[in-house]
Design a protein around this ligand. Structure first.
Ligand code: HEM
Length: 226
């Protein structure tokens, strides 16, 4: 009889809802960046062209993806606070621990391997919080821009709070320009996020990118660490 050494242990970390929201949000953000930049610089509608509907179709895609992002931002916040598994919430314990920060930063420089209390490292948690706040900002400013074009239905219902935000930000032009600037936060985030996801999997020998597809992470056992 042969004896088998267990090299990896499997752990379920992301629910189906979290995975579905992650990819839907990723798709929405990519579409929002592309259509948003087109809205800012509609290069296809040349002055000689009569095809002015290109801008309209791009805008409608932007708005559909925008409302998808609003819905996911709300649903995801609910899941963070109230989901049965506390694997995400637990990570906050590491954010308020100086020891965990130092250990994590050292592990990025190949000095040791810091365990996580939850599913995210402290730097990762803070960056995700930052990009979530950026998403909230984009949703609020996007809805203000929307209310200024569609005055009935939802747009009409949003008019009073939209005016309040417009006043606070110093006018509609400021709302639009900040909606444009913060777009760059998402571009920078996506590049670093994809790089880090791949790098973390290689560096710490676990199921980093695959886990947001399958839901499972794999950790090397003590027999398999070097
Ligand atoms: C990551 C999220 C988002 C990104 C990257 C993004 C990007 C952009 C950009 C670059 C523009 C052009 C601004 C300019 O004129 O210079 C824009 C315009 C606009 N966005 Fe967004 N946006 C996002 C989310 C949203 C959301 C959530 C909504 C609403 C639900 C929204 C609604 C609008 C509207 C109404 C406009 C103005 C269209 C126009 O002036 O014709 N956006 N967006």
């Amino acid at each position: 009889m042969t004896t088998q050494t267990v090299l990896y242990v499997r752990q379920h970390i992301f629910s189906g809802a979290i995975r579905a929201f992650h990819w839907l949000r990723a798709l929405a953000i990519v579409a929002l960046v592309i259509t948003g930049f087109y809205i800012a610089w509609p290069f296809l509608a040349m002055p000689s062209s009569s095809d002015v509907l290109v801008q309209g179709w791009i805008r409608v895609v932007h708005l559909i993806c925008g409302f998808v992002l609003v819905a996911i931002t709300v649903a995801r916040a609910y899941l963070f606070f109230f989901s049965k598994s506390d694997i995400e919430r637990r990570s906050f314990k590491d954010v308020i621990s100086a020891k965990r920060w130092i250990g994590q930063l050292k592990s990025y420089l190949w000095m040791g391997h810091e365990p996580h209390t939850g599913v995210y490292g402290p730097l990762q948690f803070v960056v995700y919080l930052g990009i979530t706040l950026a998403a909230v900002f984009m949703c609020v400013t996007g809805l203000v821009l929307y209310a200024n074009v569609y005055h009935e239905g939802l747009g009409g219902a949003l008019w009073t709070p939209a005016m309040w935000v417009t006043q606070l930000m110093g006018g509609l032009a400021e709302v639009r320009v900040w909606h444009h600037y913060i777009t760059w936060a998402f571009i920078i985030f996506v590049v670093i996020h994809v790089y880090m996801a791949v790098w973390m999997g290689i560096r710490f020998k676990h199921n980093s990118v695959d886990s947001i597809v399958s839901g499972y992470d794999y950790h090397p056992t003590s027999d398999n660490k070097h």
